[in-house]
Ligand binder design. Structure first.
Ligand code: NAD
Length: 360
């Protein structure tokens, strides 16, 4: 298979970690006889320096015409970088918001996976995580409270602020369908999270999710109130497979889920739309404090590339090969500095990528 990938290395550690992900993708291409064509585009601070804008129209067009986008991370030190003295719409993050909006990426996926070898970093008690956990938080990204009408006005002599939340059946249907599709590639369980005891949007959410569930008889599904879900994530994380939820609940729950894994350098993510197109990036930022030192952990980006193979290209075996290679180097005791512990072998960014690529 031949695929065209737009590559955004970005700022800070972005170029270093994306380089390693491409190295691993090349190892996959070689073993499984695929061809990945990369077109590099600029976004974030490096694009501001080159073109005066965080994402040029030309770069956006290249991304739009590709099969998927692989992104490192963008942004600099927010207190010292001159990029943060610019108007908000010209700052690095504006490029990210623009590409998500322009490409219609409405579904955000963040896996939270506890590696046996890294369970010491998990802040939960050992008896709660025995045997590990493996969940996928699926968050609606372009609707709900964050995109509703808002206002702050003086009424009766005091300020009153309003935010409004709305969801259409169509918005719910498309994310729910994506969630059930993803569950079919996993352990076939969906937990739909809402606040249906209070909110109308949640009652509609529940109704539409039930309609979609009827098309997936193999998938076990349940509804859970968001307050209970927040509690269950730290009480019994093993019960979850796909957690399907709206924008604000997903924002909060995905951070909670990633914290319980304990290691930021390991967390991948994807933003998808209705077709196979997606943008894949690590959950962490550009880590300017460690940029250029060959010490950043490239695994989150490498695992994001695995997600790209699975969800955009339907290359499940190839994605499994990357995930197994990551597990293997951890089992062999190799660690980057962020996940280092006594008795393990410290490796740099490049060596970590080499080790994973060699195990494909
Ligand atoms: P960060 O995630 O970049 O870093 C937080 C801490 O984690 C730092 O100490 C960093 O060294 C460490 N860290 C992060 N990734 C690591 C890795 N792969 N290996 C080893 N250590 C790692 O968050 P921050 O410092 O708050 O933000 C830095 C910049 O990144 C800011 O400009 C912010 O806006 C931007 N940011 C970008 C994205 C994105 O591109 N999607 C996401 C979050 C933050």
């Amino acid at each position: 298979m031949e695929k065209n990938i737009a590559v955004i290395k970005g700022d800070g550690i972005g170029p270093e970690i994306v380089e390693e992900a491409m190295k691993v993708l090349d190892a996959v291409a070689k073993k499984y006889t695929h061809k990945f064509n990369y077109t590099q585009i600029l976004m974030g601070g490096c694009s501001i320096d080159a073109y005066g804008v965080p994402l040029s129209d030309e770069a956006l067009e290249i991304a739009r015409n590709s099969d998927s986008v692989l992104l490192g991370s963008i942004g600099g030190d927010t207190s010292t970088s001159p990029w943060y003295k610019l108007e908000p719409q010209l700052r690095p993050e504006a490029g990210l918001l623009k590409i998500r909006k322009e490409l219609g990426l409405f579904a955000n996926l963040r896996p939270a996976y506890l590696y046996e070898e890294l369970k010491g970093a998990c802040p939960l008690k050992e008896e709660l995580t025995e045997g590990g956990f493996d969940m996928m938080i699926m968050r609606e990204l372009t609707g709900g409270l964050y995109f509703g009408m808002r206002s702050t006005e003086v009424e009766n002599g005091e300020l009153i602020a309003r935010d409004s939340m709305s969801y259409s059946e169509g918005e719910i249907r498309r994310i729910a369908r994506r969630g059930f599709d993803i569950a079919m590639k996993r352990r076939k369980k969906v937990t739909s999270v809402d606040k249906a005891n209070v909110l109308d949007t949640s009652r509609l959410w529940r109704k539409v999710v039930e309609e979609i569930a009827a098309d997936y008889p193999e998938v076990e599904y349940e509804h859970m109130l968001v307050d209970n879900a927040a509690m269950q994530l730290v009480k019994n994380p093993k019960q979850f497979d796909v957690v399907l939820t709206e924008n604000m609940f997903g924002d909060i729950l995905s951070d909670e889920a990633s914290m319980v894994t304990g290691s930021i350098g390991m967390l991948s993510s994807a933003s998808l739309r209705e077709d196979k197109f997606g943008m894949y990036e690590p959950s962490h930022g550009s880590a300017p404090d460690i940029a250029g030192k060959n010490i950043a952990n490239p695994i989150a980006t490498i695992l994001s590339a695995a997600m790209m193979l699975r969800y955009s290209f339907d290359m499940d075996d190839e994605a499994n090969a990357i995930e197994s290679a990551v597990k293997q180097i951890l089992a062999e005791g190799y660690r980057t500095i962020d996940i280092m512990s006594d008795g393990k072998t410290l490796v740099g960014t490049k060596e970590c990528g080499d080790l994973i690529a060699a195990r494909i």
